[in-house]
Ligand binder design. Structure first.
Ligand SMILES: Nc1nc2c(ncn2[C@@H]2O[C@H](COP(=O)(O)OP(=O)(O)OP(=O)(O)O)[C@@H](O)[C@H]2O)c(=O)[nH]1
Ligand SMILES: [Mg+2]
Length: 163
């Protein structure tokens, strides 16, 4: 896997992990709850291939069980994700990180935080500062997006600028 970079998506059920992959690949479908680990490989004209791992599971303990066997992958980037219209998903994300740390931290080079569903958050009048959550997760950068609306180039840009 010398010419590949590995990206792991982490967040509880429904925050938009599979939507990120679908938008990146310009797949025009609304994903259902992901039943098994999804491994996607993105081939670019220039630069390394990008392998994206989409972990299933609705609750923190289910995700933990499925992430641990994946730790042998040398991870380049962890993408923490939560739903900005549902602050509970931010708390669950912290819980997920703590649970993973408690089992021995996965090795990774860089981490970012994506607050998704900006459209819904704005509609219901929730405005969030991602910086504090980002600090607690020890991420390098934070992004607010509405993945259903983002172009594939914007999503690729976010990933590439962190690889
Ligand atoms: N309004 C809105 N809906 C979104 C956005 N992103 C994702 N969704 C919707 O949220 C739902 C859940 O998205 P998924 O991508 O399946 O979430 P997931 O994190 O993969 O969920 P699991 O597979 O259950 O872990 C889908 O119906 C998406 O269309 C967004 O930016 N705005
Ligand atoms: Mg999914």
């Amino acid at each position: 896997m010398e010419d590949s970079r590995v990206v792991l998506l982490l967040g509880v059920g429904g925050v938009g992990k599979t939507t990120l992959v679908f938008r990146l690949l310009d797949v025009r479908a609304d994903p259902n709850a992901t039943p098994v680990v999804g491994i996607y490989k993105v081939f670019l004209a220039e630069g390394p291939d990008i392998i994206i791992i989409d972990v299933p599971g609705q609750k923190v303990h289910e995700i933990v069980e499925r992430v641990v066997p994946l730790w042998d992958f040398p991870l380049d980037l962890i993408v923490y994700m939560f739903d900005m219209s549902d602050p509970l998903t931010a708390g669950e994300l912290l819980e997920l990180k703590r649970a993973l740390n408690g089992l021995g931290r996965p090795r990774y080079r860089r981490a970012i935080l994506i607050g998704n569903k900006l459209d819904v958050a704005e509609e219901i009048g929730i405005s969030l500062d991602l910086e504090e959550l980002g600090r607690e997760l020890s991420v390098d950068r934070t992004y607010k997006v509405s993945l259903v609306r983002e172009s594939p180039m914007r999503i690729l840009g976010i990933i590439l600028e962190n690889l």
